[in-house]
Design a binder for this molecule. Structure first.
Ligand code: PBG
Length: 334
C-alpha cells in the first residue's frame, strides 16, 4: 500500500532524458520541414532581409547554393518566391516563361538533382508560390476591377497561366496562396489540360489576413496598397477555415495548408481531424521575426523557443511545416 496515498505519478515518465525520449508523442523530422526561399531578379549579391535576420533575397547563384544546402540537410521541400525587376497591374512576370520564379524553379531542380546524384538520397520537393502579389505593382494577390476591388474570376485566369508556367519550368507542386474562390479547381483544370496531371496542388486553404506577414512584405519588396481583408480570412473565424479546406479538397487539392501556424493551432487541429490528405502549416515571417528579435535581446532561449514553436505546430496536427528555420532545425535533429 502506498503510504503517501498517491497512486498515479506522471513524473515517473519525466525523470531522465532517456525516459522522456522514449515516451515523446511527437518528433520532428527534417523531411517534414519545408524551407521558403526568395529569389530576386537582377541582384548581384544576396541581400539580407533586415526584419528576418539570417534570411536573404537570393541571386540565382546563391539560390542554387541554398537549395544544395537544404538538400544535404535532408529537408522535405522548398517553397520558392520570386521577386521580379518589373511589376505591372496584371503581374505579367508571374507567368513569363523566363520570369524570375520560373528561372528559380529551374535552378532549384538542377541543384536538387545534382546533390541527389552525389548522395543517392532523395532531396526536397520543389514547390512554388502561385500568387500575383509579388508581381503586381499595386501589391494585391489578384488583378483589380475598374472599381479597385480584387477581381476574383479575372484573377483565376492569371493563376491558371502562372501554374502552367511554373509546371513547365519544373515545379513539382504549385501552391496557390491568393485565397480567390475556385482557385484550386481552375488550376487543376489548367494543369491537366497542359499535360501536367502529375503536378500537385498544395492549397493555402485557411489563410488569415495577418499582421504576422509584415516582414514578408520586406522580403518581397511588396508595395501593397490597402490590405487583403476582402480575400484573406478574418482572425475571428475558425469554422470558416474548415469550410475553406473542405472546398479546396472538393476542388482537388492534394494537400491543404493553414497559415499563419502559431495563431491558428485550433484551425490546424480541426483541419487535421477532418481530412486524410497531408496537412501543412506555415510558420510565417512575423513568427520568425518575433523569436529572432526576442532572442537577440537575450529575452528568450533561441533554440528552445524555435523547437517548442515548431513542435507545437506538429502537435496541433501538421504533417508538413513551412519554416524559415528548416535547415537549422534539421541540423539540430541529426
Ligand atoms: C502570398 C504570400 C504571402 C505569404 C506567403 N505567400 C503574403 C501575404 O499573403 O500577404 C506570407 C509568408 C510569410 O509571412 O512568411 N504570395
Amino acid at each position: 500500500m502506498s503510504t503517501s496515498g498517491i497512486v498515479y505519478r506522471p513524473r515517473r515518465l519525466r525523470t531522465t532524458p532517456r525516459m522522456r525520449r522514449l515516451v515523446a508523442e511527437h518528433r520532428l523530422h527534417a523531411a517534414d520541414l519545408v524551407l521558403p526561399l526568395f529569389v530576386k531578379e537582377g541582384l548581384t549579391e544576396p541581400a539580407p532581409i533586415s526584419s528576418m535576420p539570417g534570411q536573404v533575397q537570393h541571386t540565382e547563384e546563391s539560390l542554387a547554393d541554398a537549395v544544395a544546402q537544404a538538400t544535404r540537410a535532408g529537408v522535405g521541400g522548398i517553397m520558392l518566391f520570386g521577386i521580379p525587376a518589373v511589376r505591372d497591374a496584371r503581374g505579367s512576370a508571374g507567368d513569363d516563361a523566363d520570369g524570375i520564379l520560373q528561372r528559380g524553379i529551374r535552378v532549384a531542380r538542377q541543384a536538387v538533382a545534382a546533390v541527389e546524384a552525389e548522395s543517392g538520397r532523395p532531396g526536397p520537393v520543389v514547390m512554388a508560390d502561385t500568387c500575383l502579389d509579388e508581381f503586381t505593382d499595386h501589391g494585391h494577390c489578384g488583378v483589380l476591377a475598374a472599381d479597385g476591388t480584387v477581381d476574383n474570376d479575372a484573377t483565376l485566369e492569371r493563376y491558371a497561366s502562372m501554374a502552367v508556367a511554373q509546371a513547365k519550368a519544373g515545379t513539382e507542386v504549385v501552391a496557390p496562396s491568393g485565397m480567390m474562390d475556385g482557385q484550386v479547381a481552375v488550376i487543376r483544370d489548367a494543369l491537366d489540360d497542359a499535360g501536367f496531371e502529375h503536378v500537385g496542388i498544395l492549397a493555402y486553404s485557411a489563410k488569415y489576413a495577418s499582421a504576422f506577414y509584415g516582414p514578408f512584405r520586406e522580403a518581397v519588396d511588396s508595395a501593397l496598397q490597402g490590405d487583403r481583408r476582402t480575400y484573406q480570412m478574418d482572425a475571428a473565424n475558425a469554422r470558416e477555415g474548415l469550410r475553406e479546406a473542405d472546398l479546396d479538397l472538393a476542388e482537388g487539392a492534394d494537400m491543404v495548408m493553414v497559415k499563419p501556424a502559431g495563431t491558428s493551432l485550433d484551425v490546424l487541429r480541426g483541419v487535421a481531424d477532418r481530412t486524410d490528405v497531408p496537412v501543412a502549416a506555415y510558420q510565417v515571417s512575423g513568427e520568425y521575426a518575433m523569436i529572432e528579435a526576442a532572442a537577440a535581446n537575450g529575452w528568450i532561449d533561441r533554440r528552445g523557443a524555435i523547437l517548442e514553436s515548431v513542435l507545437a505546430i506538429k502537435r496541433a496536427g501538421a504533417d508538413l511545416i513551412l519554416t524559415y528555420w528548416a535547415v537549422e532545425i534539421a541540423g539540430w535533429l541529426d
